[in-house]
Ligand binder design. Structure first.
Ligand code: PAF
Length: 279
């Protein structure tokens, strides 16, 4: 595995691999890697001849300076995981390398980016579109891999791909969970032992809402999930929305394949999760 810090070297190596007829898979990450990231890398490894993983805590997608400051940074451990996972390039650039000038691009991301995370974290998705589009321009991958924990992010990235005319496949990969159901997240390391014990109630509640939904309306189900999670110490739901899986718009009536998306503050750690309803 090569650890690369400049765009110039990145492009040289990727172009060499392409000249050898290899397809290129890109896994964009912000580091603090866990088994969820490794599952994306394994999928990329299976489907491509060459795998690039970027590790970059992208400042333009953080609307909260404290969140940016406290975001875990574990470069040494990340490199060990990437090397063990058989990655070809770990691309670990500085902020100056990615943004030699401030990125002033504003993407017309439309309705998919206006609700939920878009409403709660102004500018967040524009920042995601900035970094992901830059990475796509640099690597020109055949496929790029994203985890379904950030369900809305995938819809926003698909919209950005359409706007910019990138020719690549976006591959969405299932959420990885701890044995007790907690969705893997780089932020989990910030939970206190007590919060860590409580946090699996998020997924447990979402699962129990699948049965509840069979006999109740969408609004009643939203109330059920919100009240149940809020009843645990230190947990507070920021939003629970049940949305169309393509448009991300809240639905009023049940239909097959709608997705419940939740954000919960567990102490000051912001956790997200989601679940699909099948009827
Ligand atoms: O999901 C993430 O970790 C980030 O939003 C991404 C896609 C790597 C862009 O910085």
């Amino acid at each position: 595995m090569e650890i690369i810090r400049t765009v110039k070297e990145l492009k040289e190596l990727v172009n060499n691999a392409k000249a050898q007829g290899k397809t290129v898979g890109l896994v964009p990450t912000m580091g603090a890697l866990h088994a969820g990231h490794v599952s994306l890398i394994e999928r990329a490894r299976c489907e491509n001849g060459y795998v690039v993983v970027s590790v970059f805590v992208n400042p333009t997608q953080f609307n909260n300076p404290d969140d940016l400051k406290t975001y875990p940074r574990t470069e040494e451990a990340d490199c060990a995981k990437l090397s063990a996972a058989g990655v070809d390039i770990a691309f670990i650039p500085s902020v100056e390398e990615i943004y030699p000038e401030p990125d002033t691009r504003v993407f017309d991301l439309g309705p998919v980016a206006e609700v939920m995370e878009g409403a709660m974290r102004p500018g967040h998705f524009n920042g995601v579109a900035q970094i992901v589009s830059k990475l796509f321009e640099m690597v020109e991958p055949d496929r790029a891999y994203f985890g379904e924990k950030d369900f809305q992010q995938i819809a926003v990235i698909r919209r950005m791909v359409e706007l910019c005319g990138f020719n690549l496949e976006i591959v969405d990969c299932p959420i990885c969970r701890e044995e007790d159901g907690l969705a893997l997240s780089s932020r989990n390391v910030r939970l206190t032992p007590g919060q860590r014990q409580t946090a699996p109630a998020i997924h447990r509640t979402l699962v129990s809402s699948l049965d509840f939904a069979k006999e109740h309306s969408v609004d009643e189900t939203i109330e059920f999930v919100t009240e149940k999670i809020n009843s645990y110490p230190e947990m507070e739901v920021e939003y629970y929305e049940i949305v169309d899986p393509l448009t991300m718009q809240p639905v009023k009536q049940w239909k097959n394949g709608v997705v419940g998306c939740v954000t919960v503050y567990c102490g000051d750690v912001r956790l997200i999760d989601n679940i699909k309803y099948a009827f």
